[in-house]
Write a protein that binds this ligand. Sequence first.
Ligand code: PRP
Ligand code: URA
Length: 193
Amino acid sequence: MALLRAVETSSRDFKQLVGEIAALMTYEATRDLPTIPIEVTTPLETMTGATLADKIALVPILRAGLGMVEAVVQLIPNARVGHIGLYRDHETLNPVSYYFKVPTPVAEHRFFLLDPMLATGGSAVEAAAELKRAGATDIALISLVAAPIGVETFTAAHPDVPVYVAALDRELNDNGYILPGLGDAGDRLFGTR
Ligand code: PRP
Ligand code: URA
């Protein structure tokens, strides 16, 4: 996390670190996923193994959530991937929705929303609401850096959605950036500023 935050970290290393931390968090976020027994024949005998009971869908919030997807897919190779396009209006900080495409049938999937930043919480609140409107009943949010207000706002709006964050930071500044934070995650991932 310290390397991820450091201003001198290159876009290349930033991408690598976002993936590494997302993968570590996946272990925690999937710890209690239900499994069903499957029969496995080893070279020596037959035994009962376990396989995931549910279809898994990963849904990055564009753009910065894209940086987490590949690392999580490495751990859940059968996961399907949806996309939710949202950006924050720079004046109001309210989320503006521009894209929504997720695996169907929606109600049959267990969704993991991916977004490295939970600042005001507006984007994640809207993304979870869009998933629910589409029929999702089982959602978790994985984020890397959160502000206290973002966690409060999100859990108030979606008390049924567990939130996993790697770091809970101090506060937001007047422009809605997390302090100490790591800056603009999308710009750092994609080198747009
Ligand atoms: C960033 C980030 C989150 C959002 C968090 O996206 O990736 O989606 O801000 O802020 P919030 O909790 O206050 O809503 P941004 O709006 O910068 O879009 P971009 O990644 O497409 O640039
Ligand atoms: N979005 C970011 O990318 N960084 C912040 O600090 C807040 C929102």
